[in-house]
Design a protein around this ligand. Structure first.
Ligand code: G4P
Ligand code: NA
Ligand code: NA
Length: 189
């Protein structure tokens, strides 16, 4: 997606060896017009699929997921990260380890918002190590719902997320695919 790549080139900042900071339009401040274009792009890519619902994880997945939901006219559910000590009842849960932050998040979705046989599209901001998407796949499986595909805003192809999702046999569509960071520049595939 050209306008997304241009935005990344212009406003993204590379941190260390493998982190792209995009907090001026995606992860802190949000560019609504870009998010709207992203939502329409996901809707076009998955136009031939039957989709009942979109799933994402709080917090950074919510903006692109909501615009995809708007374009596809379906509800959006975000998995919450459980911060309380007691596990709430009637929830699907999964543990998501973050290699970037070296912490484990316990994500959860209330049974009321994910039912058997629903056709689900997963949307997230980044595909890095694939742990977030894999956690959502585990929840979809437990709920006996169906996964239609995974839509990613920014994929870092040099990390193992894509391979993990391929092993699950799930369709992945990424709007920007980063091949590498070279001399402070983002190189796309
Ligand atoms: P994964 O998302 O593919 O599982 O990979 P990883 O475990 O490495 O990612 C942990 C968190 O870091 C995720 O956010 C993910 O979106 C984010 N992340 C990974 N690589 C990058 C990057 O290059 N740039 C930015 N900006 N974020 C990256 P999270 O823990 O779910 O937090 P939240 O921001 O959604 O609240
Ligand atoms: Na995320
Ligand atoms: Na994030």
């Amino acid at each position: 997606m050209k306008i997304l790549e241009q935005k990344i080139q212009k406003d993204g900042r590379i941190l260390g060896a493998d982190v792209l900071k995009v907090d001026s339009f995606l992860n802190h401040q949000i560019d609504p017009e870009l998010m709207q274009a992203i939502g329409l792009e996901f809707a076009a890519l998955f136009a031939n699929e039957k989709i009942d619902k979109i799933l994402t994880v709080e917090s950074s997945g919510i903006a692109p997921a909501v615009f995809a939901g708007l374009a596809l006219h379906v509800p959006v559910v975000f998995a919450r990260k459980n911060k309380s000590l007691t596990l709430p009842e009637n929830v699907w849960t999964a543990d998501v380890y973050s290699f970037t932050k070296q912490t484990t998040n316990h994500i959860m979705i209330d049974h009321r918002f994910l039912s058997a046989n629903e056709n689900v599209l997963i949307i997230d901001d980044f595909l890095a190590n694939g742990q977030a998407a894999e956690g959502l796949l585990k929840i979809i499986n437990a709920a006996e719902a169906n996964v239609v595909g995974v839509g990613i805003v920014i994929e870092k192809t040099f990390q193992k997320g894509r391979q993990i999702l391929d092993e699950h046999g799930v369709r992945v569509e990424s709007l920007a695919r980063i091949k590498s960071f070279e001399n402070g520049q983002v190189i796309f595939l």
